[in-house]
Design a protein around this ligand. Sequence first.
Ligand code: ARG
Length: 423
Amino acid sequence: MSEASDRNPLVVGVLQEATDDFVVAFTSSVGFDQRMYRQDIRGSIAHANMLGRVGVLTDEEVQRIVSGLQTIHKEIDEGKFQWSETLEDVHMNIESRLTALIGDTGKKLHTGRSRNDQVATDIRLYLRDELDAIEESMTQLLTGLVNLAEKHTHSIMPGYTHLQPAQPVTFGHHMLAWFEMLYRDRARLRDCRVRVNQLPLGAAALAGSTFPLDRESVADELGFDGVCENSLDAVSDRDFAIEFTAVASLTMTHFSRWCEELVLWASQQFNFVNLPDRFCTGSSIMPQKKNPDVPELIRGKTGRVNGHLVSLLTLMKSQPLAYNKDNQEDKEPLFDAIDTLKGSLTALNGLIPSIEPNRENMAAAAINGFTTATDLADYLVKRGLPFRDAHHAVGAAVSHAVDAGKHLHELSLDHGHRRGRGK
Ligand code: ARG
């Protein structure tokens, strides 16, 4: 058991007994939610300013609170802040330090507010900041893909279905398929931001507040598009985090497809692209190895983000209204989904512009795979043959070419025609 002196003074209330040491550690979130300190302080300053505007705090009190919070911001920035597990989370660590710094005025900051609407506000602010950074990174990647595609509007490669050579395409066309996937992901991300950017503050614990809070002005100050309309919903739902993680999962799933292709293309067997050495690693035993670790890792990291989506959905499932401590479990999956997506974007932004396609090998692979067979059948149709017959004739021509060890274009017209009719 903890000594009484170790207790968190901000939550003692009705509790007679000191919280068990294990429970303190088990319920604490400060180890992972301290990364939201900027947003927590921004939200607190906006809340204090509003309490001043509506006459709940005096101007002098607001000024003391704001300058205390700014001092704390600086202390944390500089690594001088003492985080305490006993104070449970980022919110109470900062509030407790505020009172230590400015005295009793610090105890007035939490008027008309609960950690429930505070944490929901912090997560939304945090996610919004990250969404903006992610969107920028996605835009950079989209530009990189267009630039790469533009250089290769005439670089022929085999297009595949079932991973069998199917029809010739250009490398540029292939890059633009990746572009389209990411372009939709970016649109989904922007759409998700609309629902993230609503202010929960003012909902307090769950039922709103008896103080004349001016929520719209807080929303304005913090750059929210509006306020969450229902107080129970505001403090309890994490659908905005689930939605983001769903977009992140889908984006990572798209990345895993591109990365799978890069791994294949960089193999000795395909030899379609050279990946820059600085994005590859060697082997500790096989000196000849150049391993495409970065695309492999991105492919692998897709699994953890998909896992986070399932974690968040399951965390939310069946929760009664309103806030439940379960929701503290939203942060680690959300943060890791953000970090993983950002890291993968940074890697791809480094990789994509320096990809060197091997044009000769790609063109040779297109020819070796008889990828023009469909075009030949179309040609015969244009010369008057029904498509099924043309398909049959070209199939025969391909078999003949395989037997003769030739490419389709090396056969005479007469050859293919005669065999096709003969069967
Ligand atoms: N650390 C908590 C969380 O992340 C903050 C809200 C706590 N609220 C409460 N009523 N215990 O959700």
